[in-house]
Design a protein around this ligand. Structure first.
Ligand code: T5A
Length: 211
């Protein structure tokens, strides 16, 4: 039987990495074999692309180049990691997937969302998550969490994290529109709540897939 495919989406600092790990541990405790991956990344080539799209550089990618880099990374991880895992019957938990392209490059950067969906279908060959958990936080909370993390690690924000306020407002609205258009696939969780409450909400949602 094909495994299950769960993606986490949302603005930066919503807690995706935190809850990808927590969900994966919980699924293992329920007897599932779990593959955790992330976007961009998850394979050697896709991790190299991750460096290219996130680095501060003298000649940053123009928006169309940025789109193609994210899609190229996705083609690799879908074909080398996600599809083989699902075919084995494993559960795949992925930190970001196609909806990030629609929200960031579509709603955020202004590329036509339908055009992005067409390109995306080409790279995923129509693969869709069984469930997408949207961890929603307002830009103020996102900024506070990232600032706290940067202060703790002395790491600077990346090129996309530091895009302006309007960009982050547009992409949050974009995520809401995507969720509204596919209410069966999306579960929207208020991720400004304490971590334990978010975790409990994630587990409640995923129990539906376990049933
Ligand atoms: N991108 C990606 C695109 O533009 N297009 C695409 O197609 C794709 C796939 C990826 C960047 O690329 C862009 C989007 C991104 O800008 P990334 O490093 O993967 O870069 O960025 P994020 O996915 O946003 O990861 P972050 O690490 O920044 O945020 P997370 O994973 O949402 O949050 P997390 O778990 O690291 O938590 C952040 C901090 O908040 C705390 C955590 O302990 C941590 O310190 N925290 C909480 N604190 C209080 N209460 C809670 N409920 C908390 N939850 C977490």
């Amino acid at each position: 039987m094909r495994g299950r495919f769960i993606t986490f989406e949302g603005p930066e600092g919503g807690g995706k990495s935190t809850h990808v790990q927590a969900l994966s541990e919980w699924l293992k405790s329920q007897g599932k074999t779990v593959v955790v991956t992330r976007e961009p990344g998850g394979t050697r080539l896709a991790e190299l692309i991750r460096g290219l799209v996130r680095d501060e550089m003298d000649d940053p990618p123009v928006t169309r180049c940025e789109v193609l880099l994210f899609l190229a990374a996705r083609a690799q991880v879908v074909s080398q990691v996600i599809r083989p895992a699902l075919a084995r019957g494993d559960w795949v938990v992925c930190d970001r997937f196609s909806d990030s392209t629609f929200a960031y490059q579509g709603y955020g950067r202004g590329i036509d969302v339908q055009l992005l969906k067409n390109f995306n279908d080409f790279v995923t060959e129509g693969l869709m998550p069984d469930m997408t958990i949207l961890l929603d936080v307002p830009p103020e909370v996102s900024r506070e969490r990232l600032a706290a993390r940067q202060a703790a690690t002395s790491a600077a924000g990346d090129r996309i994290e530091t895009a302006g306020e309007m960009f982050h407002r547009r992409l949050r609205e974009g995520f809401f529109e995507l969720a509204h258009a596919e209410p069966k696939r999306f579960v929207v969780i208020d991720a400004a709540q304490p971590i334990e409450r978010v975790s409990a909400a994630v587990q409640t949602a995923v129990r539906r897939l376990l049933a």
